[in-house]
Ligand binder design. Structure first.
Ligand SMILES: NC(=O)c1ccc[n+]([C@@H]2O[C@H](COP(=O)([O-])OP(=O)(O)OC[C@H]3O[C@@H](n4cnc5c(N)ncnc54)[C@H](O)[C@@H]3O)[C@@H](O)[C@H]2O)c1
Length: 332
C-alpha cells in the first residue's frame, strides 16, 4: 500500500521490537545499528530475555505490547510466535504504528487479511518478513533469470528439528519461504497445488514434497523436512536458455548457458553480494515508512504465500508412520 510521505522524514524513527526470541533479538540487533533509527525498546514476557537484549543493545525492556506502545514508537517489528501476530498487529496499527511482521503474516489467511485491512484503513506501512528475498544469492538468481522463459524451479530447504517445537509443521515454518520465492521468481500466482506430507517424528508434518504450477505455466517443487542432520537451502531454475543453481547458505550461484546441439554448454559463477539479508530487509522497511512507498514485501504477498501453504495442508492429510503399509527399513 502507499501513503503520504512522512513529513518528519529527517528525525530518528523510534522503533520497538515485540518478541525478542531467536528472530526478534536479531531484528533488535540490526535496528540498533541502522542509520536514522532509534531502537527505543523491546517487549517480551520473558523478562530475563527482554532485559538481556535491552542491556546488550542499550534500550528499554518492557513486558508487553501496551508498555512498548506507551514509549511512543513510530514502528515495530512483531517477532512473537505466529499465533499472536494478528492481535499484536491490530493493537499496533490501531495506534497508527507502522508494522513489520515476521513470516508467516498470521496463523490463518483470514487473520492476515484483517491485518491488511486494518493497515490500509489506518494508512500505516505493513511489511512481511520474507527475509529470503533479501538474500544476495536469491537476488543474483532473480537477476540471472530476468527476461528468461522460466520452465521449472526446484527448491530444497531441509535441516534438523528446531530446538523448540512450535505449533506449526514444516509447511508453515519452512516451505512458506519458498512459496514466496516461487511467486517472486516467476512474478506469477500459484494455481495448482499437489502436496505430499508425512509426519515421521513430530505431531505435525515434518516432511513435505510440494509440487506447484503457476498461472504462467512454471512447474515448481519444494522438498523440505526437519529430518536432515545439516541445513541445506538450494535453488535450481531451468529456463529455456539457462540452468541456474544457487546455494542460499554459501551464496554460490552458477549458471549454465549457451546450450549446443552436441550437448556442450558454458558455465560461470555469478557475482553475489554480501549484505546481511535482515539488514537489507529492515532498511527496506524503514525506507517504506519514511517515503510512504509500497513495502518491499506487502501484506497481500504475505497472505498469498500463506494461502498456498494452507492449501497444501488442507489438500492432503498428513500420513502418520503407523499408516505406512510397506516396511520402512531396507535390509540386505
Ligand atoms: N524470517 C525467518 O527466517 C524466520 C526465522 C525464524 C522465525 N521466524 C518467525 O519469527 C516469529 C518468532 O519465531 P522465533 O523462532 O523467534 O520464536 P522464539 O520462540 O525464539 O521467540 C518468540 C519470542 O516471543 C516472546 N513472546 C511470547 N508471547 C509474547 C507476547 N505476547 N508479546 C511479546 N513477546 C512474546 C517469547 O517469550 C519469545 O521470546 C515466528 O512468527 C516465526 O515464524 C521467521
Amino acid at each position: 500500500m502507499t501513503q503520504a510521505a512522512n513529513p518528519d522524514a529527517d528525525r530518528l524513527l523510534r522503533i520497538g521490537v515485540i518478541g525478542v526470541g531467536v528472530m526478534g533479538s536479531n531484528h533488535a540487533r540490526v535496528f540498533a545499528g541502522l542509520p536514522g533509527v532509534e531502537l527505543v525498546g523491546v517487549a517480551d514476557p520473558d523478562q530475563k530475555q527482554a532485559e538481556f537484549v535491552a542491556r546488550t543493545l542499550g534500550c528499554v525492556a518492557v513486558a508487553d505490547v501496551e508498555q512498548l506502545l506507551a514509549l511512543d514508537v513510530d514502528a515495530v517489528t512483531i517477532a512473537a510466535p505466529t499465533h499472536l501476530h494478528h492481535d499484536i498487529a491490530l493493537a499496533c496499527i490501531e495506534r497508527g504504528v507502522h508494522v513489520m511482521v515476521e513470516k508467516p503474516i498470521a496463523s490463518t489467511v483470514e487473520e492476515g487479511r484483517d491485518i491488511i485491512a486494518a493497515a490500509a484503513q489506518a494508512g500505516v506501512t505493513l511489511m512481511v518478513g520474507h527475509v529470503e528475498r533479501f538474500n544476495p544469492a536469491v537476488e543474483a538468481i532473480k537477476e540471472a533469470i530476468r527476461g528468461e522463459d522460466i520452465l521449472s524451479i526446484a527448491i530444497t530447504r531441509v535441516g534438523p528439528f528446531p530446538p523448540r517445537m512450535s505449533n506449526v509443521g514444516v509447511v508453515i515454518d519452512l516451505a512458506v519461504h519458498d512459496i514466496d520465492l516461487i511467486r517472486w521468481f516467476t512474478d506469477s500466482d500459484i494455481v495448482d497445488v499437489q502436496p505430499q506430507l508425512s509426519s515421521a517424528v513430530a505431531e505435525r508434518e515434518d516432511i513435505a514434497l510440494l509440487q506447484f504450477r503457476t498461472a504462467s505455466g512454471v512447474l515448481a517443487h519444494i522438498n523440505t523436512n526437519w529430518l536432515t542432520p545439516f541445513k541445506a537451502r538450494n535453488v535450481t531454475v531451468a529456463t529455456r536458455g539457462k540452468y541456474v543453481m544457487g546455494d542460499l547458505l554459501t551464496r554460490q550461484v552458477t549458471e549454465c548457458f549457451g546450450f549446443q546441439p552436441d550437448g556442450s554448454y558454458s558455465m560461470r559463477h555469478l557475482s553475489v553480494g554480501h549484505a546481511e539479508p535482515l539488514r537489507a530487509e529492515l532498511l527496506a522497511f524503514v525506507r517504506a515508512v519514511r517515503t510512504g512507498g509500497t513495502a518491499a514485501v506487502t501484506g497481500e504477498e504475505g497472505v498469498a504465500s500463506l494461502e498456498i501453504a494452507t492449501r497444501c495442508l488442507d489438500t492432503r492429510p498428513t500420513v502418520a508412520p503407523a499408516q505406512h503399509q510397506a516396511p520402512r527399513v531396507v535390509v540386505g
